[in-house]
Design a binder for this molecule. Sequence first.
Ligand code: ATP
Ligand code: MG
Length: 415
Amino acid sequence: MIYDRILVRFGDLTLKGKNQKEFIKALHKLVASKMEGLNVEIDYQHDRIYIHLLDENQEEVIKRLNYVSGISSYSFVCKCDKDINVIKETALKLMKEVVNDTIKAFKVNTRRTDKNYALRSMEITKAVSGYVLANHKLLKVDVHNPDIELNIELRNDACYLYNTNIRAMGGYPVGTLGKGLLMLSGGIDSPVAGYLAMKQGVEIECIHFESTPLTSIESAQKVVDLVKKMAKYAPNNKINVHFIPFKEIHMALLDNVPESYNITIMRRMMYRIATKLALKRNCLCIINGESVGQVASQTLRSMNTINSVTNYPILRPLCTYDKLDIINISKKIDCYDLSIKPFEDCCTVYVPKAPATAPKIDKAEAYEKAFDYEAMIEKAVDNVNSICISVDSDLDLPLMGLEVSEVIEMIRSKK
Ligand code: ATP
Ligand code: MG
């Protein structure tokens, strides 16, 4: 294989003015952490990265690059000396390797960032395409409709040749936009929302409201397993997860609130708790998987009544997404099979038969007076169980009948 390097491009990070340096530094760090343990040599430049493959498996490198937000595209490249005769020879060798029966016409594009080079871009293009034509009898030049393009980049350090340009994850380097608190259930939507937030540069911590033993410990395990998948996109492959003991509030709701307002008020409680935790954890926003119209609590009227308990910024990356599009992303990030496992969580036990689709703020406030929710919220936040989960965590919670707090306590005492 003539290609021995991968050229990584940063996309529109270059548009970010003063932040540019910080973004590039973050991207360099992300790539370094994802490449850890691989036999590659990385050349960090201010506007791109070259990964020299040495004898490393190309597929593995690409797999890991696809977890790095902020990379716009990459190409397999070969590097050669800037002598025009060496460039011509390398171009011919490359074309011989990549051309097959379906490829008849080619085109050469040259970009010259080394302005002191003796030949101009057009002259290089002509010299190289003439040489390839003369020595590769099956090929002709077609500048309007080529089957393949040969790109030549003449830079200060060397010349680079390539003919692929593969789209990468895009977005901004995770963490450069600050940190957000993801409300993570065990469903399909919230991991996708978390992925999209990370893609856009937001580092995440997760909050999960758990009602064990009212709900099964497996539903908490599902959260752990989902976080392990999402951690592949996180800085250092790690994400903090905060399990909020929600059973007491859950029971109070069932005892005190009319059934039709149960979910509305449950979600108002979640938002109140998430706001407190976000402030504590220096998270600049709350993120969730809500999508307009999906369920009774996600009509615009419901969202108004629920959202009125906080003035914290709420990111809803999926607010206008179709469920099928969400499922496609869920599959792409390898969360779908986990998300559809049928364990109940606090939103799926005791679902009211007729939840309000147009709940009113004053009514919700009146119902909330029936119990001392503020004390319960304080207690829940004080008793949060936090744990850092990495891609290769072997955290197992299959201890039937136990509460999350007990399991986490056991894990801590083993360490
Ligand atoms: P998902 O939306 O993730 O598929 P779901 O459908 O069970 O899960 P919804 O009832 O649609 O959840 O809730 C909307 C959003 O509220 C979720 O996307 C998630 O962000 C948040 N949420 C729901 N339940 C919980 C929970 N137990 N812990 C943390 N966040 C939750
Ligand atoms: Mg949902």
